[in-house]
Design a protein around this ligand. Structure first.
Ligand code: TYD
Length: 211
């Protein structure tokens, strides 16, 4: 199968363990890009498909399916997101900001014993590779403390011992286009670092005039 072509827009994924602040930072990034006049689309995974609904049941009721089945649910949910949302937005020239993408499958289902490189291959058969992936890195204890402060009870994906393994997985993915940002510090400082990375990308692609 040929890889999807994403040259007209730009695809940016924010990743990291639960409680790393991805959702807040992704929203702030979108606002900043919009303020600079760039058409921006914000997406969160798992999405709103029937598979996403099933996944949310697993968060609440416990992980009653095999790692393979869990991985399949995320994959099918993503297939719909790619077809209905991501590819059309990229074709229209938008900057797409993902709050989680397939690196989450590689890390979370990888930490359950599946081979992360196989997960990557299966995803990249249909899902465009991000131009930039930012891994927001916090210690699992910090992540779980933030979740408790936000809504009391961590769900079945949010145990510290599991998140230790998920974080280790995430950090092994760092490369030229997968960068780690320390997300322990204050929200504004983290946002500035993310924006610096994004500006580098968008300027290099001629999508952003210099300030
Ligand atoms: P959710 O609360 O929707 O997102 P967030 O943590 O960003 O607020 O929960 C997403 C959970 O799903 C999170 O624990 C990570 C997990 N997940 C996977 O295990 N595999 C995946 O491919 C994705 C996208 C998420």
């Amino acid at each position: 199968m040929t890889r999807p072509d994403i040259r007209s827009g730009a695809l940016i994924a924010l990743e990291g363990i639960d409680g790393s602040g991805k959702s807040t930072q992704a929203r702030r990034l979108c606002s900043a890009l919009e303020e600079r006049g760039l058409p921006t689309v914000f997406l969160h995974e798992p999405g709103n498909s029937e598979y996403g609904d099933r996944i949310r049941q697993l968060f609440e009721r416990g992980r009653s399916v095999s790692p393979e089945e869990e991985m399949r649910l995320f994959l099918e949910d993503r297939r719909i997101d790619v077809r209905d949302n991501i590819l059309p937005a990229l074709a229209a020239g938008s900057v797409v900001v993902m709050d989680r993408y397939y690196f989450s499958s590689m890390a979370y289902q990888g930490a359950l014993g599946l081979d992360p490189e196989r997960i990557r291959e299966e995803n990249e058969e249909f899902a465009p590779r991000p131009d930039l992936t930012v891994i927001l890195d916090v210690l699992p204890d910090t992540g779980v403390t933030r979740i408790r402060a936000r809504r009391d009870v961590p769900n079945s994906f949010e145990r510290v011992d599991y998140l230790v393994q998920v974080r280790e997985m995430f950090l092994t993915f760092c490369s030229d286009d997968v960068v780690r940002v320390d997300a322990t510090g204050d929200e504004d400082a983290v946002q500035r670092e993310i924006q610096e990375q994004v500006e580098k990308l968008l300027s290099a692609r001629g999508m952003l005039p210099p300030r």
